[in-house]
Write a protein that binds this ligand. Structure first.
Ligand SMILES: C[S@@+](CC[C@H](N)C(=O)[O-])C[C@H]1O[C@@H](n2cnc3c(N)ncnc32)[C@H](O)[C@@H]1O
Length: 262
């Protein structure tokens, strides 16, 4: 088998060989497109994304979710992300402060932040299909948002952010190594003293989400995961009512990043 090249995506290197590997991916690349409200988004096949690169199991799971379910029907859907908007407001940021919603999916938080006149909003998600739903919903206003299709645990931020918002993403990191990578990205991405808002399932909440195992948190457990230097500003609980009519107990945490590097 002759190695003739490499694909790097986004952190793994895959050899392209002369015995058909490249052909296998090219057959699956641009096979089909999903039509969502008249806009097309690449339809992913098996393990390959629209560029023919192998997807991680995590990305495969989430692309499949957003390609097969209405974003209004997923269990985490909120018509009005009231708590997130109010916690972000409590940070007292300037309207042009850089804010990032990690694992934002197709959440309407970005719409509400735009309504509140924030002008420097980024949304990151591992699923391009999730982001496509939001872009279509926002129409012209989507151009004013910075979009990142990336795994948060591997994200290389182009600049630092004043506020990091994560609703129901950190709790999917069941492996210690992934949580450590997340915390490293968080430290490298936030401004000194920056705001962190994290929401997870509470210790008496569900133990699965989207069919995946999650880790439940209270303030003590979360601050241990983040490590020294982070200050807890506020914590509490919220009961989320899913579109299917179930109740899920969330915990929320508002923290400040260390003023000095840790
Ligand atoms: C339960 S949903 C929550 C979505 C959104 N935060 C909300 O509240 O509506 C979890 C989201 O995290 C995204 N996600 C899961 N693992 C991720 C990862 N490692 N990096 C980036 N996004 C991830 C999924 O694609 C999904 O959109």
């Amino acid at each position: 088998m002759l190695a003739i090249g490499r694909i790097c995506y986004p952190y793994q290197k895959w050899l392209i060989t002369n015995d058909g590997y490249e052909l296998l991916t090219s057959q699956k690349w641009f096979g089909s497109y999903l039509n969502i409200n008249g806009c097309t988004t690449p339809c992913y096949n098996d393990s390959f994304n629209a560029y023919g690169w192998l997807m991680s199991e995590t990305k495969k799971h989430w692309e499949n979710v957003y390609l097969t379910k209405s974003p209004l029907k997923v269990s985490w859907y909120q018509q009005e992300p009231v708590l997130s908007v109010s916690l972000i407001a409590s940070a007292g940021l300037a309207p042009d402060a850089p804010i990032i919603d990690v694992g934002g999916g197709s959440s309407t938080l970005v719409d509400k932040l735009q309504d509140e006149a924030y002008t420097n909003i980024s949304v990151l998600d591992i699923s391009g299909s999730a982001l496509a739903h939001s872009k279509i919903r926002l129409a012209d206003k989507a151009d004013k948002v910075h979009w990142y299709e990336a795994d948060v645990t591997r994200f290389e931020a182009p600049h630092r952010f004043a506020l990091w918002h994560d609703r129901a993403v950190f709790h999917f990191l069941t492996k210690k190594a992934d949580r450590e990578r997340y915390v490293n990205v968080l430290k490298q991405t936030l401004e000194k003293g920056g705001h962190i808002i994290i929401m997870t399932f509470a210790t008496d909440g569900p133990n699965k989400c989207s069919g995946l195992d999650i880790v439940q948190y209270d303030a003590e457990k979360l601050t241990v995961e983040l490590g020294p230097g982070f200050k807890l500003v506020e914590t509490g609980h919220e009961v989320h009512h899913t579109p299917a009519g179930n109740q899920q107990k969330f915990a929320y945490f508002h923290l400040r990043a260390p003023e000095e590097a840790v």
